[in-house]
Design a protein around this ligand. Sequence first.
Ligand SMILES: [Ca+2]
Length: 135
Amino acid sequence: MATQKLYLGIIVIIIIIIIILAALYVTGALSGIAGELGRVGVTATCSDTDGAQNPDLKGTCTDSTKTTAGLASFADRCVSDASVIEYYCSDSRKCVSTILLCTGGKVCIDGVCVAANQAPRQSAVTDSPDPVTLA
Ligand SMILES: [Ca+2]
């Protein structure tokens, strides 16, 4: 007798749960909750073309912080002759930056540290031929 009451109670609870889930589904509450989770960044993505913090490669970090207006993108760039702002993905999947110094006597050109002897010549102006004066 007690066992039958237990079974009946379980069946009633299951029916109530099914009714609640159906009601939530019908009202679209489940999709609303899913959208809410998306907005708070549960589905955040981040990628970095040079892998991580690598001043010897030019990278572009892209994350999904601007999901409504498109992805946010940040390219490594020089901050001085021998240092670079390096973008990389944080643990929370957002692009963050740090300043790295070029090592080994390298110089920063277009967001990447390169050996000084591989850098474009800085003295291009003095290498130009003398202006030709037309008569
Ligand atoms: Ca990077």
